[in-house]
Design a protein around this ligand. Structure first.
Ligand SMILES: Nc1ncnc2c1ncn2[C@@H]1O[C@H](COP(=O)(O)OP(=O)(O)OP(=O)(O)O)[C@@H](O)[C@H]1O
Length: 251
């Protein structure tokens, strides 16, 4: 089956078990929420799927093929893109140039072709620029194409990170708390972007504390607590689960 999967993964940091026997599959064209209290292992799982950490037990796979030996860059080439809890942009570069950085996976021209601006390098550059412009407009930043990324508002930086991730033409997009620090209106905008991404067939993993947002836009939700999977199901099933209410939604 076509999916990005973590199968019974365990991750330890010294004596701390950050993840214990956790499984999750992300399918094309779905938005899959990953929720749970602080420190429950959500980012660790995202880091494992994107290749920043290797599992101590279990495995990660793409379309059934094991990924564990592959670097972050190799996984990116296979179509796994991500954003970070704190946006990681190059502040001195323009919005457009930041978005174009996401296109590196499609670079074919060698450094000599690029240095001498030979035809293939010029054609590539134009195609990447066009793609990046379209994506920057798509996330609502068309007015800021030439602005330095460092001058953007917080929410705009988050949207630009999504545009850059999409510039890599991913099959799966892993978002780490994209609604963090956003206003209600900005979260609505984020929801529209995520909806459009899903409709294009990309599978989206949404690590998020804004549970209303998660339950509204996700088809399935997985809940972690202290490194263990406590509930997986539809938003309604998860929202009503007594254990999820007790450890997370409670108060
Ligand atoms: N590189 C690391 N080294 C040591 N401990 C780590 C490391 N990364 C995560 N941890 C620990 O693993 C546990 C899970 O952390 P993780 O960041 O995955 O949780 P989270 O659910 O994403 O939390 P939050 O909602 O606060 O972002 C925490 O106890 C954290 O301190």
């Amino acid at each position: 089956m076509s999916a990005l999967e973590a199968v019974s993964v365990t991750k330890r940091f010294g004596g701390l078990v950050a993840l214990s026997d956790v499984s999750l599959d992300l399918r094309p064209g779905e938005v899959h929420g990953l929720i749970g209290p602080n420190g429950s292992g959500k980012t660790t799982l995202l880091n494992m799927l994107s290749g920043y950490y290797r599992p101590d037990g279990g495995r990660t796979s793409l379309d059934g093929e094991e990924l564990d030996a592959l670097s972050v860059q190799r996984r990116a080439r296979l179509g796994i893109a991500r954003t970070f809890q704190k946006p990681r942009l190059l502040p001195a570069l323009s919005v457009l140039d930041n978005a174009m950085l996401g296109c590196w996976r499609d670079t074919r021209a060698g450094f000599v072709e690029t240095a001498f601006a030979l035809p293939r390098a010029r054609r590539e550059e134009k195609a990447f620029r066009d793609r990046a412009i379209e994506l920057v407009h798509g996330v609502g930043l068309g007015h800021a194409l030439t602005r330095s990324a460092g001058l953007l508002e917080h929410a705009e930086q988050r949207f630009l990170e999504i545009a850059r991730a999409l510039a890599a033409r991913p099959r799966f997009l892993l978002l780490d708390e994209p609604a963090g620090g956003l206003t209600g209106a900005e979260i609505e905008h984020l929801g529209r972007i995520v909806g459009t991404v899903r409709e294009s067939g990309i599978g989206v993993l949404l690590v998020e504390h804004h549970t209303d947002f998660v339950f509204r836009i996700c088809g399935r939700v997985t809940t972690l607590d202290r490194g263990r999977l406590i509930k997986h199901g539809t938003p309604d099933e998860v929202r009503r689960d007594p254990e999820v209410v007790r450890v997370y939604l409670g108060a």
